[in-house]
Design a protein around this ligand. Structure first.
Ligand SMILES: Cc1ncc(COP(=O)(O)O)c(C=O)c1O
Length: 379
């Protein structure tokens, strides 16, 4: 049990919005308004097979393609179940025989576990490192998928989206973009299947997944499905692809999630797309890393500077600071969800600096931290 809050942070130090969680994350009020005002007003509670929702899905697929600058032939897919469902779908519908996984934390590990357990596949190669470090895929002769996580939400480690040097043609690059997508600049041509849940930088509701696939990725999906491998309908990427092409999903989607997502994609495009988002998350995260480096009782958890995430910042505290008490006191003051990833077990804060966050609010968060550490007499 942590102590109840004893320190009241003055209002003038507090950020304008206290939602600093790594997902579900801050939703901009303008996104919420899009549910009831503007072109999508009236869509909630209507059929996902009728023209208005299909036109929303079509616009969203085009918006995602524009935002990520998809090369010709790339296709945008979506389905229900979030990125967790995609891990199983990939074991059925994209890994042909054997995969290689670079694991920098819990989320990458979950996909590696799914591939390890899949009876239809050979045992994968798993390159795993200590939490807080960055694992990279390496060219290997007999794998047909290289997989990693763009931004490891559990540890705050960011990994570039680049085909492994020496990767052969036909070896597909599959990247979990769940917390990186929309906040980090990337070259879509470096991937064959990039997928994400929208409750991070896109500030949408969870429960759906989005992906884009290269022509080679599409060819693999269609070939495996045509080969007759058994797969549950819900996890069939070829069914997701066929439905997406009709601007539908296999089963009923959360329409609110789609509207929230579209509002965010449009907002990003209006402001300059991924380059703008990248600069903004870089600015926000830098504030926190510089604060941690300057603070005598804190330090960035990720030692290697280039691996430090721009969108999920992890800060370790010295023993003299009870980070759980810090988390609880911040929560009592309206600043929520800065707990470390549950199984990491560190004396840590984890702060999302997703693109919706005003960088000025991140500065305010550091002022709140200074205020509490000062009030407790630890600095
Ligand atoms: C990197 C990453 N991958 C996958 C997931 C799973 O997403 P979902 O809960 O939407 O299935 C998460 C959730 O936080 C994540 O951060």
């Amino acid at each position: 049990m942590t102590e109840p809050a004893t320190v009241i942070i003055p209002d003038e130090l507090k950020p304008s919005d206290g939602r600093f969680g790594s997902g579900p994350s801050l939703v901009r009020p303008e996104q919420v308004l899009a549910l009831v005002e503007g072109p999508r007003a009236g869509l909630l509670g209507t059929s996902h097979r009728a023209a208005p929702v299909r036109s929303l899905v079509g616009a969203l697929r085009e918006g995602v393609a524009e935002l990520f600058g998809l090369p010709p032939g790339y296709e945008v897919l979506l389905g229900d179940g979030g990125a967790t469902a995609v891990w199983d779908a990939l074991t059925f519908g994209l890994i042909e025989q054997r995969s290689q996984h670079a694991v920098s934390g819990e989320f990458g590990a979950k996909f590696a576990q799914a591939a390890t357990a899949a009876p239809q596949l050979g045992q994968p190669t798993v390159i795993e490192v200590q939490p807080g470090r960055r694992a990279l895929c390496q060219a290997e002769a007999d794998v047909d998928v290289y997989a990693w996580t763009h931004n490891e939400t559990s540890t705050g480690v960011m990994t570039p989206v680049l085909r492994p040097a020496g990767a052969a043609e036909g070896q597909l690059v599959v990247v979990d973009g769940t917390s990186g997508a929309g906040g980090l600049l990337m070259d879509a041509a470096q991937t064959d299947f990039y997928y994400f849940s929208p409750q991070k930088n896109f500030g949408a509701d969870a429960g759906v997944w989005f992906a884009f696939a290269s022509p080679a990725g599409v060819e693999r999906i269609e070939r495996i499905a045509a080969g007759g491998r058994w797969m549950p309908s819900f996890l069939s990427l070829s069914k997701a692809l066929a439905n997406s092409r009709k601007n539908q999903t296999l089963n009923t989607p959360g329409i609110a999630a789609l509207i929230l997502m579209e509002a965010q994609v449009n907002w990003l495009l209006e402001h300059g797309g991924l380059a703008w988002a990248h600069a903004r998350t870089c600015q926000s995260s830098r504030v926190l890393y510089e604060w941690a480096e300057a603070c005598p009782v804190a330090e960035p958890f990720v030692q290697e500077a280039v691996a430090r995430s721009q969108v999920v910042v992890t800060i370790d505290f010295a023993e003299s600071v009870d980070a759980a008490r810090l988390v609880a006191t911040l929560r009592a003051n309206g600043i929520v969800d800065v707990d470390p990833y549950r199984s990491l077990g560190r004396n840590q804060l984890r702060v999302a600096t997703f693109v919706s966050r005003e960088p000025a609010d991140v500065v305010k968060l550091t002022q709140c931290l200074d205020y509490l550490l000062d009030a407790w007499g630890v600095v």
